[in-house]
Design a protein around this ligand. Structure first.
Ligand code: UDX
Ligand code: UDX
Length: 423
């Protein structure tokens, strides 16, 4: 198939490259010419392990709609759909893409637009009416993504399922042709109407977010009653109805999807006069989490953070990515600064231009003279630090491990004061 992707971000680029690997002729468009220039010189503008080896010169990278091949059969929209201040998803980029497609392909073009960007339920129907009102023959389907950053290639090649939403059966043939390699591997291929497919995406992310908010709440309880959150998570996760994944307590969920998707779904339930109690409780609980972590750090340091030097290990919202969008680490650093703490941060991949934050070139440099070491992102290298040496160079030997990555017994034996989450 001849396919064009509009938007080469974390989702569009991975999807485009992997669709090329499936054997399709892929064109990737992005209005950010810098990104396209990088991609033309085979440089990835994002950090995504494994993706590099699938990058091929067969993919056309363009930064203008006029260069979209006229024989394109399917056009994936993977532009950003960030949160507006109201909590609703910003769909301006999606509709801008539609306008540009009509403008450059003409109203007689009857290619299939496949909306992959996460859009609120009802958007695709609105888009269909929008196109019809402009006398465009472009058709609409939706195919939400379930790619985890840092695992996106693996998730693309081995998804639990492919979800597609259509509003007429003949579009199914194109979607089945696009995903033929996965259908041949018996990956469940779920066909529904547009609005159900859109809602599956939001419900999936919101449920996963709720699971994380739940285990974080259990962690807070464990700390008070003296239970162990990791044993608790293991014990409940063995129930196949619960499942072991997404039960790791931590500093709260972040990233460019969970926070914005659950907020958009909660906003929709409010607009539909549905209570949305659970969604709003998850949002509130997660919003409070960075503050809870500050209290934990403050208590560990005797109640005051003013003028304390704190080494923060990790900036990305999770390990395996350079993405700092809605990262708990960034929130925690801002709150620590509000309490007049001095921050030195280190991340192997991600960075930040937050004012007043010293960026260290290594974890050791960050720990030099520090009153506390706080682990916020679960980068593997933090498990293998030279803690004997760190013990010598820290001013205070306090370790707050917000990902329960380290062995508290070993560190206590070295003379550290160790604090985990839910332990
Ligand atoms: C985005 C949405 O955030 C997510 O909800 C959806 O599931 C998929 O698309 P992501 O790939 O992380 O996820 O977005 P981002 O990294 O911001 O990439 C969007 C790309 O679209 C950017 O490269 C941007 O330059 C490009 N873009 C944006 C266009 O090409 N045209 C536009 O009009 C706007
Ligand atoms: C998520 C969904 O998993 C993916 O299916 C969807 O397409 C996009 O959004 P992503 O945002 O990349 O993927 O990250 P994910 O691995 O899901 O983690 C989301 C957040 O939850 C991170 O902040 C992570 O640290 C946190 N998390 C995850 C936990 O705190 N505990 C866990 O057990 C799992």
């Amino acid at each position: 198939m001849n396919i064009t992707f509009i938007g080469t971000g974390y989702v569009g680029l991975v999807s485009g490259v992997m669709m090329s690997y499936f054997g399709h002729n892929v064109t990737c468009l992005d209005t950010n010419s810098t990104k396209i220039a990088q991609l033309k010189s085979s440089t990835l503008p994002i950090y995504e392990p494994e993706l590099e080896k699938y990058l091929t010169p067969a993919i056309k990278f363009i930064d203008h709609y006029r260069d979209i091949p006229s024989d394109t059969e399917a056009i994936f929209i993977t532009v950003g759909t960030p949160s507006l201040p109201s909590g609703q998803a910003d769909l301006s980029y999606v509709f801008a893409a539609a306008d540009n497609l009509i403008g450059h392909l003409g109203t007689s073009n009857d290619s299939l637009i496949v909306v992959k960007s996460t859009v609120p339920p009802g958007t695709c129907n609105k888009l269909q009416s929008y196109l019809a009102a402009k006398n465009s023959k472009l058709k609409i389907a939706t195919n939400p993504e379930f790619l985890r950053e840092g695992m996106a290639v693996k998730d693309f090649l081995n998804p639990d399922r492919v979800i597609v939403g259509i509003n007429n059966r003949e579009d199914l043939k194109i979607l089945e042709a696009l995903y033929k390699p996965l259908i041949k591997k018996n990956i469940p291929f779920v066909v529904s109407d547009l609005i159900t497919a859109e809602t599956i995406k939001y419900a999936s992310n919101s449920f996963l977010a709720a699971k994380i908010a739940f285990i974080n709440e259990m962690a807070d309880l464990c700390e008070i009653i003296g239970a162990d959150i990791e044993k608790l998570a293991y014990g409940i996760g063995l129930d196949h109805r619960i499942g072991k994944d997404f039960l790791k307590a931590g500093p709260g969920f972040g990233g460019s999807c969970f926070p914005k998707d659950i907020l958009a779904l909660a906003t929709l339930t409010k607009d539909c006069k549905v209570d949305g109690l659970i969604l709003n409780a998850v949002i509130t609980a997660n919003e409070r989490r960075p503050g809870n972590m500050i209290n934990k750090i403050s208590t560990a340091l005797g109640g005051s953070l003013a003028n304390k030097k704190i080494a923060v290990l990790g900036l990305a919202f999770k390990a395996g990515t350079d993405d700092v969008r809605s990262s708990p680490a960034i929130e925690i650093i801002k709150l620590l600064q509000e309490r007049q703490a001095n921050i030195v941060a280190y991340d192997p991949i991600a960075t930040t231009d937050l004012t007043g934050v010293m960026i260290a070139d290594s974890p050791i440099e960050a720990c030099n003279g520090a009153d506390a070491l706080v682990i916020v992102t679960e980068w593997q290298e933090f498990e293998r630090l030279d803690f004997e040496h760190i013990h010598k160079i820290m001013k205070n030997r306090v370790i707050i491990d917000l990902r329960n990555m380290l062995d508290s017994r070993v560190l206590a034996a070295m003379g550290f004061e160790y604090y985990g989450v839910g332990k």
